[in-house]
Write a protein that binds this ligand. Structure first.
Ligand code: NAD
Length: 492
């Protein structure tokens, strides 16, 4: 598809300014972010704004000014602005994905297209809700008519991670804007360029100044947002330690509302009576998509002993096939790019090295690919010690651990024996067992004969330390509004 003439951004013309009040402006802070291309470690830019207090305050002031009029914009008009933005994101999808790819490393066909599609789709989905999220009213037999309005919160913000820089924007900005809030986006310091470029499309779509703004920055910028006294809500996706800091900052400042989408170590339980090929396909895809840098990746695979040897053989073959798909994300036929940066490469390599020192048996992978860029072989450990770090911690790379099990009871206990609770999968052709196990998993999402997937219309999020609140579906709209009860006395 041809890019819009109005979208000037490309790797040769990077957008390196904040977007405040519908204008691109320089940051007031002299600090800068540096970003690299993980395909070869080369410098992409060392002058991306690292927003400070004055920048955050300027965005908040513009949002506060815009909010009274924005919340009163009629449903038709607001819907058409959101839909136009979705169209523009889709129309410029390849260019936007390229701006992510140069610092994330994700191939377009295998991930970039999905991400921009998810962003556009969530805008359309939420636009469709605008005139259908009307609140409630209750009978007046007792003499009082009760009306419950879904009120927007005011100035809200989204702090997003690097592994889904565009998709996560849709999950947060779309329900915030659909329900009449103003929204400030803070992209990850590792992947700010595609987000900053959206300012052009925000303006073209017709969002009034101050309604949808973008501030580049790092954790310090995020912390300013989380503790800001005039921001009423933060929707955050990222790691558990940062999520905890955000909740603490919110509590210590103005008790702003918080939605947290955090990490995972999701189990896939494969029973003897499953369709083996289906189980292998889903579990192999789950741990290699986006180079394993996916919060809901099935990274613990538990296989019942009757099918274990066959599963291992096929899973190993599937992972070896995936290994052939690793490479330069700009080349045809490459579905798996590098890890995002050197720090992530060292982190994942460290887990793999330590894993080989008595935590489990290396089945496949484990090596760096090439000597430039941050490519790593998809890696599987078997016979893992259940107390080892590779079994217990989120690695956030293409590394899975496999164990065999005997009974349903035993494996449900092991599956749930974790502080994570994002996703789980069960593979069996026995519908009773599938539904029983699905209800036993202590997690926000469960796949039956599938795993590590999501839909814009159903709640997305985790239990326990994997998160707080839900995105997607009507739950996202509720998370950006507050019910207001109006009581009308009809008795006098
Ligand atoms: P991160 O927590 O390091 O950073 C996420 C964002 O928070 C970044 O924008 C960062 O600048 C900001 N930040 C850092 N410190 C902050 C602070 N003190 N206050 C406010 N903001 C701060 O996470 P990451 O490394 O970018 O992402 C990887 C993690 O995200 C993994 O744990 C992964 O599982 C999780 N994740 C979860 C989901 C989900 O929906 N559950 C989706 C994608 C990623």
């Amino acid at each position: 598809m041809l890019a819009s003439m109005s979208f000037p951004w490309s790797p040769k013309n990077l957008c390196k300014q904040n977007f405040i009040n519908n204008e691109y402006v320089d940051s007031k802070s002299s600090k800068k972010l540096t970003v690299y291309n993980p395909k070869d470690g080369s410098l992409v830019a060392d002058d991306v704004p690292l927003s400070g207090e004055e920048d955050v305050d300027a965005a908040v002031a513009a949002a506060e000014k815009a909010w009274p009029a924005w919340k009163k914009v009629g449903a038709n008009e607001r819907r058409s602005i959101l839909n136009k933005f979705a169209d523009l994101v889709e129309k410029n999808g390849e260019a936007i994905a390229e701006l992510s790819r140069i610092t994330l490393g994700a191939p377009y066909k295998a991930f970039g297209a999905f991400e921009v599609g998810l962003c556009a789709e969530t805008f359309r989905y939420n636009a469709g809700w605008i005139d259908k999220f009307g609140g409630e009213s209750w009978p007046q037999e007792d003499g009082f008519l009760k009306i419950v309005r879904n009120e927007p919160l005011g100035v809200t913000a989204g702090i997003v991670p690097w592994n889904g820089p565009i998709g996560t924007i849709g999950l947060k900005a779309a329900p915030a804007l659909a329900t009449g809030n103003c929204f400030i986006l803070k992209p990850s310091e590792k992947t700010p360029l595609s987000s900053l470029a959206l300012g052009t499309l925000i303006k073209e779509a017709g969002f009034p100044p101050g309604v949808f703004q973008i501030l580049a920055g790092d954790g310090s910028t995020g912390a300013l947002i989380a503790s800001h006294m005039r921001i009423r809500k933060v929707s955050f996706t990222g790691s558990i330690p940062t999520g905890k800091k955000i909740q603490e900052a919110a509590a210590k400042s103005n008790l702003k509302r918080v939605t947290l989408e955090l990490g995972g170590k999701s189990p896939a339980v494969v029973f003897d009576d499953c369709n083996l090929d289906n189980a292998v396909t889903w579990t192999a895809n789950a741990i290699t998509a986006n180079t394993g840098q996916v919060c809901f990746a099935a990274s613990r695979v538990y296989v019942q002993e009757g099918i274990y040897d066959k599963f291992i053989q096929k899973y190993k073959e599937a992972i070896q096939t995936k290994t052939k798909e690793v490479g330069d994300p700009e080349k045809d036929g490459v579905n798996i790019g590098p890890l995002v940066d050197e720090a992530q490469f060292k982190r994942v390599s460290g887990f793999i090295e330590r894993g080989q020192q008595g935590q489990g048996k290396l089945l496949v992978g484990g090596q760096r690919i090439g000597d430039k860029g941050y490519y790593i072989e998809p890696t599987v450990f078997t016979d893992v010690d259940i107390n080892s770090e590779i079994h217990c911690q989120e690695i956030f790379g293409p590394v899975s651990v496999v164990r065999s099990f005997k009974t349903e009871e035993e494996i449900m206990e092991l599956s749930n024996n974790t502080n994570f609770g994002l996703m789980a999968g069960v593979f069996t052709q026995d519908i009773n067992k599938a539904l029983r196990v699905a209800s036993e998993f202590d997690s926000g999402m469960v796949g039956i004969n599938c795993v590590s997937l999501m839909f814009t219309m159903t709640p997305f999020g985790g239990s326990k330390e994997s998160g707080l609140g839900r995105e997607c579906g009507i739950h996202a709209l509720r998370a950006f509004t507050e019910p207001k009860t109006i009581m009308v006395n009809l008795t006098y």
